[in-house]
Design a protein around this ligand. Structure first.
Ligand code: GLU
Length: 381
């Protein structure tokens, strides 16, 4: 895809990683932060809608308290609270110079996972954009308990880093383009620090397993790494959005990107374009329950987009209520899809392997033939 077409976007989500907000000594990179603001202000003045997802709160709080580690319980949460207001003061001042109002939005997993909150968040964010205000989003580490709550352990969370959060925001708001800025130039064919033959991939058309295998773990300071960026790219391109991974340390990188300079790795949109509900089911919920299905059901779901009938289910793992989203896994425990169930785990256990005609005889009632109706299933492979 030509650069011109790629950067032609009205609604843009920009994610700034911790490592571009501070310099090599761990100090706040003030001039860089202000250059990002100057670039983003330019986009806003051109009539584009900019949504900023920013990391940096924990790092700034840690610096303020002169701490070396945030490993102890509650310390990261405390640092996030201390650093967040400092982080916002830079944005408030910077955007203020250009007379652009900003809005702070701190989010936890539940804000996506609970559908009524997800829908309300979407309405609010759209209103903020309508007012010409720049929403500035970060994970609300101070109150996010997902990592500490033993009851929730084993849960697949919808996000635990800002890469994935920015992808969910882009998906929820139907953004045209997500730009992930960190201290890496983009996606390489191999680790450039280890392999002299490694080269930057300019364009990715489809985030395949092969592309995913190029992902590495988190860089120091932030929680995301190339793997989480690729997951973000997979999600956004699947709903028809474009993604650019680029180096935020290139001076005035945002303006350069919109001046069509050949920077970073472009991820092209797929033509699949999932409905909002299917996006939410596939990516935006926290999941504990699992249904293990047989080969026939797997094939029917992935190849014919069929409903999941009780006869195709082999096993029910963990507890869930009717209306919750669960993982659909094959016999090797590979997650193949997610879906919103018509029956609770208790009911599912009773009807596993049964023909749908027998549901009423087993349960004493029958609300649906399918455990998950086709419209409520999102394939993941
Ligand atoms: N919310 C964290 C912060 O503000 C960053 C999370 C991440 O790096 O993905 O420091």
């Amino acid at each position: 895809m030509e650069r011109e077409e790629f950067v032609n976007a009205k609604r843009i989500v920009i994610k700034l990683g911790t490592n571009v907000l501070r310099n090599e000594d761990g100090e706040v990179a003030i001039s860089r932060i202000y250059s990002f603001i100057e670039d983003m202000a330019k986009l806003v003045k051109q009539g584009k809608e900019v949504i900023l997802v920013t990391s940096g709160a924990v790092g700034l709080g840690k610096k303020k308290l002169n701490l070396d580690s945030t490993a102890e319980d509650g310390v990261k949460q405390a640092c996030a609270a201390i650093g967040q207001s400092r982080l916002m003061s830079f944005y408030e001042n910077g955007f203020g110079i250009y007379d652009i109002p900003i809005a702070q939005i701190l989010l936890t997993e539940d804000d996506f996972s609970l559908r009524h909150r997800y829908l309300s968040l979407r309405t609010t964010l759209n209103k903020i954009l309508e007012f010409g205000v720049v929403p500035i989003i970060n994970q609300n580490d101070t109150v996010s308990t997902i990592k500490m709550n033993a009851v929730l352990s084993g849960m697949k969370t919808c996000f635990s880093d800002n890469d994935k959060l920015s992808a969910l925001v882009a998906s929820e708001l139907d953004a045209d383009l997500l730009i992930l800025l960190s201290d890496i130039n983009g996606l390489y064919t191999a680790n450039p620090k280890e392999d002299p033959n490694a080269h930057l991939i300019k364009e990715v058309d489809g985030v395949t397993d092969e592309i995913m295998s190029l992902g590495t773990d988190a860089s120091e300071g932030g929680r995301g790494g190339m793997r989480t960026k690729l997951e973000a790219a997979k999600l956004v391109t699947r709903f028809g959005g474009k993604v650019l991974i680029a180096n935020g340390k290139i001076p005035y990188v945002i303006s350069k990107i919109f001046d069509k300079e050949d920077i970073g790795t472009m991820f092209l949109p797929s033509s699949e374009n999932l409905s909002d509900k299917k996006r939410w089911i596939g990516y935006a919920t926290n999941i504990r329950g699992q249904l293990i299905v047989n080969q026939g059901a797997k094939k029917a779901i992935l190849e014919q987009c069929s409903s999941l009938l009780p006869i195709g289910i082999l096993n029910v793992i963990n507890d869930f209520k009717q209306g919750e989203v669960v993982s659909i896994c094959d016999e090797d425990n590979v997650e193949i899809a997610r879906g919103m169930v018509n029956y609770s785990s208790e009911e599912c256990r009773k009807i596993v392997g049964a023909h749908s005609d027998n549901i009423e005889a087993i349960l004493g009632y029958k609300n649906y033939d399918a455990v998950i109706t086709r419209d409520n299933i999102t394939g993941l492979l």
